[in-house]
Design a protein around this ligand. Structure first.
Ligand SMILES: Cc1cc2nc3c(=O)[nH]c(=O)nc-3n(C[C@H](O)[C@H](O)[C@H](O)COP(=O)(O)OP(=O)(O)OC[C@H]3O[C@@H](n4cnc5c(N)ncnc54)[C@H](O)[C@@H]3O)c2cc1C
Length: 387
């Protein structure tokens, strides 16, 4: 068993291969994809064909590799160093769809996964998860999308917004209201080509532009009885469990962005001269680099410590996933801002990746639970307060 901050040989080999592939194939077009808000489906497929990253935590019977959550986190961190948008599409398919679908059936003690769900997992098609609505983001229990039972399944009505892979994904896990209590939510597996399911693009985003984000509208959309994932009215449990995994994925994005910014800064300040000396010799630049490195090191240690504790099933893992996302998102924003500062006009331009990475980093304090929502969760859990 690895000690908390050690990786085994499989983790190390995985990191090496994803890092190498990302530098060679993901980095070169990242600025263009950002500029054109373009998701590259062909490149995305290579995450599976070249790296075997899809269904990585699932057993071989579902086309997976049977690895642990650390493998997903390592992959997301490495991809995020080059193209956080592409990493976010992967996070959505891998953690929010495949991992959530498989582990909901496995963990809830609710019987066998319908054969159709297994077939869909084996396809490894682009997929996502739809929880947020135009009038319900942080207030997730305020969602209005409803699934009403009919004679042979359910009828979905409602709108989901800001859904990653929303316009181009083939399958979605959709949360919908199935009862009258605020917590009567259920989870459904919905194919994008169902009648009554219409998709459109969201407003243009500030960052994460190489990933598509969509609006999903359901108008009397009929889904079969076996679209239900887990138990009726009991979608909150898998939702909370998956949010903890999602938060570690988003923290991994922060760590990938921060590590890249530190390395760009380190190289730049040694080459750039002012007043006849490399700017690395100026105390204020040294202060910036040292603070950023220290923060990056803390982020990385915190991330993997929480990942191991989650794998081990530690009781504080979910609390610490919230704390890790909160800390890492904030640090990534600060470090990428410092990198812009250390590079001067070059940092503010598209000549270097740091301004793009900074725009991408801002999302990490919003998606998967805002900073404010996480602060409330953490303080509630620590103080047992109800507010
Ligand atoms: C690029 C992108 C991709 C996304 N992908 C997905 C996806 O794949 N699936 C999905 O379901 N969602 C997705 N989301 C949605 C995301 O999870 C939500 O944006 C997020 O949960 C916040 O919800 P909101 O935007 O409605 O903000 P709101 O909930 O309206 O919050 C607005 C502000 O009010 C604050 N606030 C709200 N309630 C409180 C409170 N009680 N106390 C203090 N402050 C409060 C918030 O912290 C925030 O600062 C994505 C969003 C983006 C931008």
């Amino acid at each position: 068993m690895s000690s908390r901050l050690e990786f085994d040989d499989i983790h190390c080999a995985l990191r090496e291969s994803v890092d190498g592939w990302a530098k060679a194939f993901l980095e070169p077009g990242a600025a263009e994809r950002d500029e054109n808000h373009r998701f590259d489906a062909e490149l995305y497929r290579q995450l599976d064909t070249e790296l075997g990253l899809m269904n990585i935590t699932l057993p071989e019977a579902y086309g997976g590799s049977g690895l642990d959550l650390a493998a997903t986190v390592i992959s997301i961190e490495s991809l995020s160093a080059c193209d956080p948008g592409m990493a976010m599409s992967y996070l959505s398919q891998e953690l929010l769809f495949s991992h959530q679908l498989y582990f909901t059936w496995l963990n809830e003690g609710i019987g066998r996964m319908p054969g159709r769900h297994g077939d869909i997992l084996r396809q490894k098609s682009l997929a996502g998860m739809a929880m947020t609505e135009p009038d319900a983001g942080t207030d997730v229990f305020g969602m209005k999308t409803r699934a009403s039972e009919d004679s042979d399944g359910f009828v979905l009505n409602g709108v989901k917004q800001w859904i990653t892979n929303g316009t181009n994904g083939r399958y979605f896990l959709v949360y919908a209201r199935t009862g009258d209590n605020r917590r009567d939510l259920s989870l459904f597996l919905v194919e994008a080509d169902r009648e009554g399911f219409v998709r459109s693009s969201c407003a243009e985003k500030m960052g994460m532009r190489s990933s598509e984000t969509g609006i999903l509208t359901f108008v009397n959309c009929h889904i079969p009885a076996d679209a239900l994932v887990g138990k009726l009215h009991e979608g909150v449990k898998p939702m909370i469990r998956n949010l903890a995994a999602e938060r570690l994925g988003l923290a991994a994005q922060s760590v990938g962005i921060a590590g890249r910014c530190v390395s760009v800064m380190r190289d730049y300040v040694q080459q750039r001269t002012a007043f006849g000396r490399p700017i690395a010799e100026f105390g204020q630049i040294q202060h910036m680099i040292a603070r950023c490195y220290a923060e990056y090191h803390a982020m990385r240690s915190m991330l993997y410590d929480t990942v191991w504790s989650m794998i081990e099933g530690a009781p504080d893992a979910s609390l610490n996933a919230d704390a890790t996302k909160l800390f890492c998102a904030h640090a990534a924003e600060e470090i990428s801002r410092c990198a812009i500062q250390a590079l001067g006009a070059n940092g503010y331009s598209n000549a270097y990746p740091v301004s793009r990475l900074h725009r991408d980093a801002v999302l990490l304090s919003i998606g998967g639970g805002t900073d404010e929502a996480l602060e409330k969760n953490i303080s509630r859990l620590l103080t047992k307060s109800r507010a």
